[in-house]
Ligand binder design. Structure first.
Ligand SMILES: CC(C)(COP(=O)(O)OP(=O)(O)OC[C@H]1O[C@@H](n2cnc3c(N)ncnc32)[C@H](O)[C@@H]1OP(=O)(O)O)[C@@H](O)C(=O)NCCC(=O)NCCS
Length: 116
């Protein structure tokens, strides 16, 4: 996967990793995983934050990802990072589960208009 054009990854040995790809002004999370013993300690969020920063540094303006509609751990993580649902792929996974397509803007927020 790291051989794909624009692919990059970050990992913490024996704990977890994220693989992402930035190309054509957009980026996607290819996979994110944290070992069960290392979960709920902030690593997933830290890996995602690093992937978002890495994608922005590579010129991407938006990050996309796919997640199973019933993934009770990943969905709150992604929503907490500002991802919003932009699509649903019905019966996308081999077990028949739907995939949600989530998106997050990577462009810096517009500066607030000066008062007065
Ligand atoms: C999803 C996954 C990467 C999360 O990693 P993690 O290191 O445990 O995540 P964090 O500790 O950074 O959690 C950040 C927030 O995500 C949410 N979250 C994480 N795990 C959760 C769970 N089991 N249930 C509910 N919310 C959860 C919480 O809001 C959490 O914040 P909090 O701990 O302050 O409540 C991990 O559970 C995993 O590897 N799962 C299997 C693989 C997978 O589903 N990958 C995603 C595929 S799209």
């Amino acid at each position: 996967m790291l051989g794909m054009p624009g692919a990059f990854g970050l990992w913490r040995p024996e704990a977890g990793f994220v693989l992402a790809r930035a190309a054509g002004g957009e980026a996607e999370i290819l996979t994110l995983a944290v070992l069960p013993a290392a979960r709920r300690q902030g690593l997933g969020a830290a890996l995602m934050a690093a992937a978002l920063a890495g994608a922005a540094a590579r010129g991407a303006e938006a990050m996309f990802l796919e997640v199973a509609a019933g993934n009770a751990a990943a969905l709150p993580l992604y929503r907490g990072l500002g991802f919003a649902e932009v699509g649903r792929r019905r019966r996308y996974y081999p077990d028949g589960a739907d995939a949600l397509v989530l998106r997050r803007d990577l462009r810096p927020a517009e500066p607030a208009a000066a008062a007065g």
